[in-house]
Design a protein around this ligand. Structure first.
Ligand SMILES: [Zn+2]
Ligand SMILES: [Zn+2]
Ligand SMILES: [Zn+2]
Length: 528
């Protein structure tokens, strides 16, 4: 069994373990970090809007928008702060050239009772926006990832040019059913479990950002991108939910809570859920997935992801225990896990989910105010497991707005595996790469590059003297002000990668692919 420490008394509740032993101290420590969730307050709403105005004055549009979003979250229902925050946010959208979003926000401000004496200003903004739409060849659009091929029937998150194939090690990996060109989007998976930590940046349900988010009417931490997200069953449980102001602790706990809520929702009764979870966890961890179509198949894939090996870590077990208590207090959950048997299951279930997320979740960390780092969200998908590592990758994995996206960066021949580099280390030496892989994944890489294979000197010279190669190397990095060059730069990288697709990995290829991946991430990150 994968369950954490069993108590000596066979059927004792997991809770009992904590009463008397050495875990008391770490539990106290975790509990000392708990906080009560923030409540709506017009005073805070006003303060946040003023902070937003300051950032706006510094032309930090995205960060000003985040503050206006927070202001919206805190403003009491019906308060004038709602319309004022929408109006200010419309100005951010205008400056970010997101004209449709700007117009929507102006309407939202009006609907929320924007003060008549300021209305002229708002109408003027609308006119400016309409003029900009006329002038602009096309208004900027938020990047929406889309598969470059038809979706696979059973695995709709992946292109139908991929298949699973078992390697010599017994592991399944994704491989190409036909030749795949460079620059093809072959996986777009909406992460099964995801969790927003930097409130006010994205939709609390689906993590969509840079859009006309509207606040939850009840809590001060949630916003929604659409009506569909607003009425999601998830928020019925999650409304007002927050554990700690410590973002990583909060994230770990809320991610586990979401995983449990998804499970509760996928089954009619808790006994069905129990049976499903126990059957899934005791089945062969290497078995191939049947599909990723419905909630249950996705849940199965999630539960079968590799587990963190934290059984003996007191802090981990203490967090699991605090998470269990926290989840049990969510309205609607306690009643479901009523009996001793069910609570015992929940305790183990929480621990399992935490081991999955702690091993597999990807986090987005952003620089805020140009200095401080903030954890924006965490998310866990199922398909990444099948993309194996190589220091000479032919694909790259990015994450954005709740999606995991895989794009080919070199031409892939029929039958070849899709390989990604787990870390941003394409330019690092073998020693550095191997150290990082060992320290983080206890993995010894035996890719062609690590084995010492490289292109011939003649091939390398040919690439180095290619004018496109020079263009790419010397135009990078590009800044936000010349994003117009982005499509052209991306096309150049693709052309070089395609042209030298038959050449084995070498430093010159590495430099181009490294820039190409950075540009793709830049494009996915937001507005280009
Ligand atoms: Zn949403
Ligand atoms: Zn809420
Ligand atoms: Zn390697």
């Amino acid at each position: 069994m994968l369950w954490v420490k069993e108590s000596n008394k066979k059927n004792a509740l997991f809770v009992d373990i904590f009463k008397s032993n050495k875990l008391q101290r770490p539990v106290n420590f975790i509990e000392s970090k708990a906080c009560s969730p923030p409540r709506k307050s017009d005073t805070v709403a006003l303060r946040k809007r003023k902070e937003g105005n300051e950032l706006f004055g510094q032309r930090e549009w995205a960060e000003a928008m985040e503050m206006y979003n927070e202001s919206l979250c805190f403003a009491k229902n019906g308060s004038k702060h709602i319309s004022l925050a929408y109006a200010n946010r419309s100005s951010c959208f205008l400056n970010m050239k997101l004209y449709n979003e700007c117009l929507i926000d102006i309407e939202l401000a009006k609907e929320a009772g924007y003060p008549m004496d300021l209305m002229e200003k708002l109408n003027q903004r609308k006119e400016d926006c309409l003029k900009s739409i006329e002038k602009a060849a096309k208004s900027l659009q938020i990047f929406e990832p889309k598969l470059s091929y038809e979706a696979d029937e059973k695995f709709p998150c992946m292109a139908n040019v991929l298949k699973f194939e078992q390697g010599d090690d017994g592991d399944y990996a994704l491989c190409a059913k036909e030749d795949i060109d460079v620059g093809q989007t072959i996986v777009v998976e909406s992460a099964f479990v995801k969790c927003l930590l930097r409130y006010g940046r994205k939709c609390s349900i689906c993590l969509k950002g840079n859009t006309n988010l509207v606040p939850c009417e009840n809590c001060a931490t949630a916003m929604f991108c659409s009506n569909e997200c607003k009425v999601s069953f998830l928020h019925k449980y999650e409304c007002g939910l927050r554990y700690s102001e410590d973002e990583s602790l909060n994230g770990g706990i809320l991610e586990a809570a979401r995983a449990i809520i998804l499970g509760v929702n996928a089954f009619t009764t808790v006994d069905q859920l129990m049976e499903f979870v126990e059957q899934t966890i005791s089945s062969d961890p290497n078995e191939l997935l049947d599909s990723l179509i419905d909630e249950q198949s996705k849940y199965r894939a999630f539960l079968k992801l590799p587990l963190a090996n934290d059984d003996d870590d007191d802090i981990f077990i203490a967090i699991a225990y605090c998470t269990y208590k926290f989840i049990l207090n969510i309205p609607g959950i306690k009643a479901i896990f009523e009996s001793r048997k069910h609570r015992r299951f929940l305790m183990h279930f929480v621990t399992h989910c935490m081991k999955v997320t702690s091993k597999n979740s990807l986090q987005e960390v952003r620089v805020v105010r140009r200095k401080e780092y903030a954890l924006v969200y965490t998310q866990t998908g199922a398909i990444t497991k099948y993309l194996k590592h190589s220091c000479a990758p032919n694909a790259t994995m990015s994450q954005t707005n709740g999606n995991l996206i895989c794009v080919t960066v070199r031409p892939v021949k029929m039958g070849e595996r899709l390989l990604i580099s787990c870390y941003d280390m394409l330019l690092d030496s073998k020693e550095t790469r191997q150290r990082q892989l060992w320290e983080n994944k206890q993995f010894i890489c035996q890719c062609t590059r690590c084995e010492g294979h490289t292109a011939t000197l003649a091939q390398r010279k040919r690439i180095a003297s290619d004018p496109d190669f020079h263009d790419i190397i010397f135009s990078y990095p590009i800044t936000e002000s010349d994003v117009d060059k982005l499509p052209q730069m991306i096309a150049k990288c693709e052309a070089v990668s395609r042209k030298y697709g038959d050449v084995i990995w070498c430093d010159e290829i590495g430099r181009v692919i490294n820039i190409y991946i950075k540009l793709l991430n830049f494009r996915m990150s937001g507005l280009f």
